[in-house]
Design a protein around this ligand. Structure first.
Ligand SMILES: *[C@@H]1O[C@H](CO)[C@@H](O)[C@H](O)[C@H]1NC(C)=O
Ligand SMILES: *[C@@H]1O[C@H](CO)[C@@H](O)[C@H](O)[C@H]1NC(C)=O
Length: 341
């Protein structure tokens, strides 16, 4: 009954949070071989297909196939997204039973500052998101333990990236004392933090011989409790994401776009053609396109906006199979595409 009520109150927020986790996953992995495809987004190792789950944004597919580094990231970012959104909703006054965390207000926080103001209530977000997201894990095996660990790592990431914001007090802003509160960062920052954790994810060797006996459950619990809750953990190695594998639902990198030149590219983006094409045995094809978009818009009294049509040449790069490139004449004969924005 209580859970039913909670479901009604929080489910839209939980769904929005899971969705923002998925979007962040797609952003963080846009230039990786694995790019957070929809199919990867199942969240339960045992797919307990209770009705209603679909409606809060979880996607299920073969539940027993993956327990790799990418699975770990999906769990962490989704769980972080749910906690983040619940916390933000709470600060915005979207829920009757929850508001700022002012439990420490008035207490000394550190040298020269006191707790004060409206801290984002992560405690609330943490508790509710735990109820929703961790409840999807009904198993007691290593995979369930892994998922729970990564859910927790996601919540730790939200907590760990919060920022202290302060306000000065004192005669004419002399700042003799400050009051400070904790604020959520932009969700992007949580995503970037978890991507770093993803690169350092720990592999736990538990799949062999781990049955469902009390002894092996004990061993599982012991193993996971010895790993910091901040770390992402996985049990299996990742498949080769270069290759298409229909059984695993992988598309491979053929046809993917990559980035080459550009002022504002990060190192990771600059190497994307090598990572997605070259290192996967594919060639890079250059395609030129002309983009038409509205520009130099002017407001005319009254009331119309008139724009010019600007044409911009853009060059894009795609991974193609080497044989195809040779047939099309070594990549020199770029196809012309005309696209309207
Ligand atoms: C919580 O916030 C999300 C996104 O900001 C929004 O879509 C959702 O409706 C909010 N939930 C409630 C209960 O206001
Ligand atoms: C797809 O992956 C499975 C599991 O790793 C492997 O056994 C199979 O050979 C792969 N298939 C192809 C076509 O590569």
């Amino acid at each position: 009954m209580l859970l039913c009520l909670a479901y009604l109150i929080y489910s839209s927020s939980v769904a929005a949070g899971a969705q923002s986790g998925i979007e962040e996953c797609k952003f963080q992995f846009a230039w990786d071989r694995w790019n957070c495809p929809e199919r990867a987004l199942q969240l339960s190792s045992h797919g307990g297909l209770r009705s209603g789950k679909e409606s809060i944004g979880y996607h299920y597919w073969d539940p027993l196939t993956t327990a790799n580094r990418e699975t770990a990231f999906v769990h962490a970012i989704s769980s972080a997204g749910v906690m983040y959104t619940l916390t933000r909703n709470c600060s915005l006054g979207d829920f009757d039973n929850c508001g700022c965390d002012d439990s420490r207000n008035g207490q000394l926080g550190g040298q020269g500052w006191l707790w004060g103001g409206c801290s984002d209530n992560v405690g609330f977000g943490e508790a509710i998101s735990k109820q929703f997201v961790d409840a999807l894990e009904t198993g007691q095996d290593a995979r369930a333990a892994m998922n729970l660990h990564n859910n927790e790592a996601g919540r730790k990431a939200v907590k760990g990236t919060m920022k202290r914001t302060c306000k000065c007090h004192g005669v004419s802003g002399s700042c003799t004392t400050q009051t400070c509160w904790l604020q959520l960062p932009e969700f992007r920052e949580v995503g970037t933090y978890l991507k770093e954790r993803y690169h350092k994810a720990l592999k736990v060797d538990l799949l062999q011989g781990a049955g469902n006996s009390a002894a092996s459950r004990g061993a599982i619990a012991e193993t996971f409790s010895s790993i910091s809750k901040k770390e992402l953990v996985h049990l299996e190695d990742s498949p080769d994401y270069c290759l298409e594998n229909k059984t695993l639902g992988l598309l491979g990198t053929e046809g993917r776009e990559c980035l080459k030149r550009g002022k504002a590219l990060s190192k990771w983006e600059k190497r994307s053609c090598r990572r997605l094409c070259g290192d996967c045995g594919l060639a890079v094809e250059e395609r030129r396109a002309e983009m038409v978009s509205s520009c130099n818009c002017k407001f005319h009294w009254c009331c119309a906006v008139r724009c010019e049509q600007c044409r911009k040449r853009v060059t894009k790069y795609f991974c193609i199979r080497k044989e195809k490139r040779e047939r099309s004449g070594g990549g020199g004969a770029s196809r012309k595409l005309k696209r309207k924005l």
